[in-house]
Design a protein around this ligand. Structure first.
Ligand SMILES: C[S@@+](CC[C@H](N)C(=O)[O-])C[C@H]1O[C@@H](n2cnc3c(N)ncnc32)[C@H](O)[C@@H]1O
Length: 383
């Protein structure tokens, strides 16, 4: 990693040919963002960051709140930070300037983590944090079209340099496909009606603004149903954002790739805000936390032991106090695991037992796939 030189003064990130840069600049912007479950994340990551030169990956840098706290708490840690949003990289570059010699920034999607690490000549890392979804900076920038309460062109791309916009989705998807997106990603009961209204409207004129779309959605939902559950367009906007950014496909590819690069003893922590994301995380962790040996064998065979130990019982939630102080924590579900040697229990008398370490946190209801508010209310949350 030494080939990437720190530089101070410009206030903007400096990308090298590999798409990886060091933080630079002196204008540190702070105090405008409250990272979710910060103390719990630090507590879970800490045991993995005690070596001489530990490497931590922040897969979703955002405004750099979690990354800054890891850097401050662990003076020997180097952080590799990814975000698909170049604005997030730029903002965090300024915030993290005091740690410029210990952070590598990459404008990349988290499913590109193996490539990013390859470019840095790293084969394993000691910890990885995913804080999924959209950032408050993205929601607050009205021009990006994420928010239904502000009129803007219908974009919604986290990476504005590539991919299709919400405008293209809304104006080109067949009605059935649109309805599916709204129903599955937004848990929208009136998905079919909304999709039909969108298709009717776009035959008259393309739908290009967030205000027009929000109004169409509102008009499609029966009046009694509009009185509960927040703004009527909330679920549809969330669904379009997930579709535009391919959020679930990206996570599905990223989880196994991330677990593959964790060193033995390394830890992964994931904060999910959507039930489908959390389910995906749960499955990815559970799959590796169980033995693949035949159930009737009393001992593990070499290579069949679990390669993960779960650190959380079910999913943990934010405390009521945190939610009161930071509404964006309301829908969070935290899961964490530690990489273990699958052969460690190969000659032992019993198969490895997983001992959850959760202490003093509100758990979700066991391991059941419970329904909960699908996402943050994107217009209500503060930083
Ligand atoms: C909730 S914010 C992270 C906030 C951050 N933990 C902090 O303390 O400021 C999520 C970030 O993940 C980024 N993101 C979402 N999907 C991504 C993906 N597939 N690859 C990389 N970054 C992604 C978003 O652009 C956003 O900046």
């Amino acid at each position: 990693m030494g080939k990437h030189r720190a530089s101070h003064g410009s206030g903007t990130p400096e990308y090298n040919g590999a798409g990886v840069s060091r933080a630079s600049g002196r204008n540190v912007s702070r105090g405008e963002h409250t990272p979710v479950l910060l103390e719990r994340c630090l507590e879970l990551l800490s045991p993995a960051l005690q070596g001489q030169h530990p490497v931590h990956v922040d897969a979703t840098l955002g405004l750099g709140g979690h990354a800054e706290a890891v850097l401050a708490a662990h003076p020997s840690v180097t952080v590799v930070a990814l975000d698909r949003d170049p604005h997030a990289i730029e903002r965090s570059t300024q915030r993290l300037a005091p740690y410029a010699d210990r952070i590598m920034l990459a404008h990349a999607a988290y499913d590109d983590l193996p490539d990013v690490l390859d470019r840095l000549a790293l084969s394993t890392v000691d910890s990885i944090l995913f804080d999924l979804g959209v950032s408050s900076m993205q929601l607050d920038d009205a021009a990006r079209g994420f928010a239904y309460a502000q009129d803007a062109p219908l974009d919604m791309r986290m990476d504005p340099t590539r991919g299709v916009t919400a405008e293209e989705v809304v104006n080109s998807y067949p009605a059935a496909q649109l309805a599916r997106v709204l129903r599955v990603y937004g848990e929208e009961k009136f998905a079919t009606r909304i999709a039909a209204a969108i298709v009717r409207e776009r035959t008259r004129a393309p739908i290009t603004s967030s205000a027009r779309l929000a109004e169409l959605v509102r008009e499609s939902i029966p009046a009694p149903a509009r009185r509960t559950g927040g703004h009527p367009a909330k679920r549809s906007f969330q669904a379009l954002r997930i579709e535009v950014n391919g959020e679930l496909a990206s996570l599905e590819a990223a989880m196994p790739a991330a677990l593959d690069v964790l060193a033995v003893g390394g830890r992964v922590v994931v904060l999910a805000y959507h039930s489908l994301e959390d389910r995906m995380v749960k499955r990815a962790l559970a799959e590796r936390a169980r033995s693949t040996a035949p159930v009737d064998l009393p001992v593990e065979l070499p290579g069949t032991g679990p390669s993960l130990r779960l650190l959380t019982r079910g999913a943990e939630r934010a405390s009521e106090a945190e939610v009161a102080a930071n509404p964006r924590a309301a829908s969070v579900r935290l899961r964490a695991a530690e990489r273990i040697d699958p052969d460690a229990s190969a000659s032992g008398p019993t198969k490895a037992l997983h001992q959850p370490l959760a202490r003093g946190h509100r758990g979700s209801k066991g391991d059941r796939n419970t329904a909960y508010p699908a996402d943050r209310d994107i217009n209500d949350e503060g930083e």
